[in-house]
Ligand binder design. Structure first.
Ligand code: SAM
Length: 475
C-alpha cells in the first residue's frame, strides 16, 4: 500500500497552551505522548495470506471484528513485506478502527447494500475498512478534495481490491447539492488540529496553536453542513477527528445535532469496555475519546449522529444509464467474465471512452451513474479490468489485485519474498526473476498467497508488468 514516512525526530516539546488547556484536565495524557506508540494492522477479509511469525499471535484490537485486526509486538519495515503491497493488510491506528465498529452497530438497521460516503478519505484507512464492513454488495464513495492525495487514495483502493469503491475528488458542498439523500451513512473524518498524533508526529506539535484549533473546529462544521444534504433522513453521520479538544469534538457534535437536526447515538452496553472515554456536551452524550493513556492507540474521537426524519429507501435506482460508459457486447462479456471467480458480485461490464474495461456490482453501477450524471470527478471505480484488444482482454494491474480474481485464468508464479520484492521494484535480476519461474505467456505473480501483479514470459525474456508508478524504491 502507499504510505508516508514517519517523522525523523528532533524532539519538539508539547505546546504549553495545549498542556494548559487540554492535557491538564486529563492526568497521564501528557506523559503518554512521550512513550512508544503501539503498532496495529487491519487484515483484508478478502485476502487471506500466509502469516510469518510477527503476525502469528497478534493481540486483537478490542473494538475490531473477530480476527479483523491486531497489535504487533514491534514495527516491521512494512515496505519490505510484499503482501503489504498486495493489500493483505492496512497499517492503521487502533482508535481509527472504531469507525468500523460504529458502522457495524447501525448497519443492519440501515438496510442491505449500504451506500456510504467517506467524505475526507485520503489516504484510505477508513475507506478500506468501510469497504470491508459493507461487503461486496455495498458501496463506498471515497472522496478526497486534494487531487494529489486522491491519487494515493485510488492506489490504496485498487490494492485493497474489494471492488465496491468509487473514488472521486470534489468539494464537500457538491455532494450536498447534487446528490440529495443518496447515502445511508456519511463518514466525515475531519481535517483537524492533530493533537492525537502528537506522539508520532512532532510536526503536529510544531503546527498546533489555539487559533488553529478554532479554525479546524469551524472547518469541521462547514464540511458537515455542506455534505449534510447527501445523507438520507434516518441515515447516520459518523464524525471523527484525531484530536482531543472539545471545540473540534463534543462541541461540534452538539452543534451538528442541534443545528442540522439529529440524535447522538450511544449504544448502551454494546460499547467495548476497554478504556474508551465518553464525551459530553452540556451534560449530554457527544461521542467517545481514545486517549493514549487509557487505550492502546493514538488519540482519536468519534461520534455517530442519526439524521432526523423518516427512514426511507433513499435514492437507489434513480440513475440507470451512465454517460460515458458503453456496455460490452455478449462475446466481450464472456471473455471478461472468465477472469473473475464464481462468487464475485460483479455483474456489469462497460468500456470508458479510452477503451478501458470496468466491472461493477449492480449497486456500484447505479452509484457510478449517479456520480457521472452529476458531473463528479471520478478517478477510479469498481474494478478496472484492462483493455479489450481484438476481442481478448489485456488485463490491467487492478485486476490482479482484485480479491475476486479467478486465479485459474492464467498460470500462477509463486515467488519467494526476495523474488517478489525484486518484482515489486521492477528489478531485472536474472537470478531472482529467472524466466524458469514463469510459464510461457501471461502469469499471475503471487507471494504468500497474495496476488501482486502480472508478468509475461516470451521465450527467455520476462516482461514485468508491475506499474512503474507503484514500483517500490526503498525497503
Ligand atoms: N480518512 C482518512 C483515513 O482514514 O485515511 C484520513 C483523512 S484526514 C484526517 C482528513 C482529510 O481531509 C485529508 O485527506 C485532507 O486532505 C482532507 N481535507 C482537507 N481540507 C478539507 C476540506 N476543506 N474539505 C474536505 N476535506 C478536506
Amino acid at each position: 500500500m502507499a504510505s508516508s514516512n514517519p517523522n525523523s525526530r528532533p524532539y519538539v516539546p508539547l505546546p504549553a497552551a495545549f498542556v494548559e488547556r487540554v492535557a491538564a484536565g486529563l492526568p497521564g495524557l501528557a506523559e503518554s505522548l512521550d512513550t512508544e506508540a503501539p503498532v496495529s494492522v487491519r487484515f483484508n477479509p478478502g485476502k487471506p495470506f500466509d502469516r510469518p511469525e510477527r503476525f502469528a499471535a497478534v493481540e486483537p484490537v478490542p473494538w475490531a471484528g473477530p480476527g479483523e485486526a491486531g497489535y504487533l509486538t514491534e514495527r516491521p519495515v512494512f515496505t519490505a513485506d510484499p503482501v503489504f503491497h498486495g493489500g493483505a493488510y492496512y497499517v492503521q491506528e487502533a482508535g481509527s478502527m472504531f469507525v468500523g465498529w460504529l458502522l457495524r452497530q447501525v448497519r443492519d438497521a440501515l438496510g442491505e447494500r449500504l451506500r456510504v460516503l467517506d467524505l475526507c478519505a485520503a489516504p484510505g484507512g477508513k475507506t478500506t475498512h468501510l469497504a470491508s464492513v459493507v461487503g461486496p454488495g455495498g458501496v463506498v464513495v471515497a472522496n478526497e478534495v486534494i487531487r494529489s492525495r486522491a491519487k494515493v487514495l485510488a492506489e490504496n483502493v485498487q490494492k485493497w481490491g474489494s471492488g465496491n469503491v468509487a473514488v472521486v475528488s470534489n468539494d464537500p458542498a457538491e455532494f450536498g447539492s447534487r446528490l440529495p439523500a443518496l447515502f445511508d451513512a456519511v463518514v466525515v473524518d475531519a481535517p483537524c488540529s492533530g493533537e492525537g498524533m502528537f506522539r508520532k508526529d512532532y510536526g503536529a506539535r510544531a503546527e498546533w496553536s489555539p487559533e488553529n484549533v478554532q479554525l479546524c473546529a469551524a472547518r469541521g462544521r462547514r464540511i458537515v453542513s455542506d455534505a449534510w444534504g447527501a445523507l438520507r433522513p434516518g441515515g447516520v453521520l459518523v464524525y471523527s477527528t484525531c484530536t482531543f479538544n472539545a471545540a473540534e469534538n463534543e462541541e461540534n457534535v452538539r452543534w451538528i445535532a442541534e443545528e442540522l437536526g439529529g440524535e447522538v447515538l450511544t449504544f448502551g452496553d454494546s460499547l467495548p469496555d476497554e478504556g474508551i472515554v465518553p464525551g459530553f456536551a452540556a451534560g449530554r452524550p457527544a461521542g467517545w475519546h481514545f486517549y493514549p493513556h487509557r487505550v492502546r492507540s493514538e488519540g482519536f474521537f468519534a461520534a455517530a449522529i442519526r439524521k432526523s426524519g423518516r427512514l426511507s429507501d433513499g435514492a437507489a435506482g434513480r440513475f440507470r444509464v451512465s454517460k460515458g460508459l458503453t456496455p460490452l457486447s455478449r462475446n466481450e462479456r464472456c471473455e471478461v467474465g472468465r477472469w473473475i471467480s464464481a462468487g464475485s458480485e460483479i455483474e456489469h461490464f462497460a468500456t470508458g471512452g479510452d477503451g478501458t474495461v470496468y466491472g461493477f456490482s449492480t449497486p456500484l453501477a447505479e452509484m457510478v451513474a449517479a456520480l457521472q450524471n452529476s458531473r463528479f470527478h471520478l478517478l477510479y471505480s469498481g474494478v478496472q479490468f484492462g483493455e479489450m484488444i481484438r476481442g481478448g482482454l489485456k488485463p490491467g494491474p487492478a485486476l490482479a489485485l482484485y480479491a475476486g480474481l479467478n486465479r485459474t485464468a492464467v498460470p500462477v508464479a509463486d515467488l519467494s519474498e526476495a523474488e517478489a520484492l525484486e518484482y515489486l521494484r521492477k528489478g531485472t535480476s536474472p537470478t531472482l526473476l529467472s524466466p524458469d519461474k514463469f510459464c510461457e505467456g501471461l502469469n499471475i505473480v503471487l507471494c504468500r498467497r497474495i496476488a501482486l501483479g502480472w508478468n509475461k514470459r516470451i521465450g527467455r525474456r520476462c516482461n514485468n508488468l508491475y506499474p512503474s508508478a507503484w514500483r517500490i524504491l526503498h525497503y
